[in-house]
Ligand binder design. Structure first.
Ligand code: HEC
Length: 171
């Protein structure tokens, strides 16, 4: 093997993995793991219960900043920022929230591009929305009553029930 070949192989071995990392797609599982460590103390992504230091982040993408109805401690800065959360907007915000929205109470920065892309990809998978207090109680009750039942079925029937309750109440 010539010296050139040897060098080429060494160079390829060093460069190829680096290219792979740079070009790789965001890793949702990694994003979720990072979220659980860095964000879940303050942010719930569950339909019921969970952390409440920060707003629930279910259904975040597509929502206006500062508009999660159950969270009452939003800063004026975030509410009046005019941002609607897209992946791009989240990416810009999470580098340094206080720089993008001066006065925001959101303290956590993710300066690392790859880590941030993973977290944003994970956030974008969080569809649905947090249920309101009355529905939560029903859902918990239904879950307790039917421990064996499939959770989403229990939640749905609880939601139907509370919709029915509301109709009954307003009639
Ligand atoms: C110490 C608590 C805390 C931690 C940790 C935290 N946040 Fe927050 N976050 C908040 C608070 C409080 C707000 C509301 C900010 C405001 O009103 O200015 C917020 C707001 C947000 C918003 C805007 C939500 C909306 O409804 O407009 C996003 C997105 C967000 N945080 C993402 C994250 C991510 C991702 C992480 C982890 C990297 C994280 N946060 C870690 C407390 C926290």
């Amino acid at each position: 093997m010539s010296e050139f070949h040897r060098l080429f192989i060494v160079a390829a071995a060093v460069v190829a993995p680096a290219l792979c990392i740079a070009g790789s797609k965001p890793d949702i599982e990694k994003g979720k793991a990072t979220f659980n460590v860095m964000c879940s103390v303050c942010h719930s992504v569950q339909e019921t219960g969970g952390a409440n230091q920060g707003p629930n982040l279910l259904g975040l993408v597509g929502r206006k900043a500062g508009s999660q109805p159950d969270f009452t401690m939003y800063s004026e800065a975030l509410k009046s920022s005019g941002i609607t959360w897209s992946k791009k907007a989240l990416d810009k915000f999470l580098v340094n929230p206080g720089e993008k929205v001066p006065g925001t109470l959101m303290p956590m920065q993710i300066p690392d591009d790859k880590m941030r892309a993973d977290v944003v990809a994970y956030l974008a998978t969080l569809k649905g929305e947090k249920k309101h207090a009355a529905e939560q109680t029903d859902a918990n009750q239904a879950a307790a009553d039917e421990t064996a039942a499939d959770h989403s079925a229990a939640d749905e029937s609880a939601a139907d029930q509370s919709a029915a309750d509301q109709t009954a109440a307003s009639n």
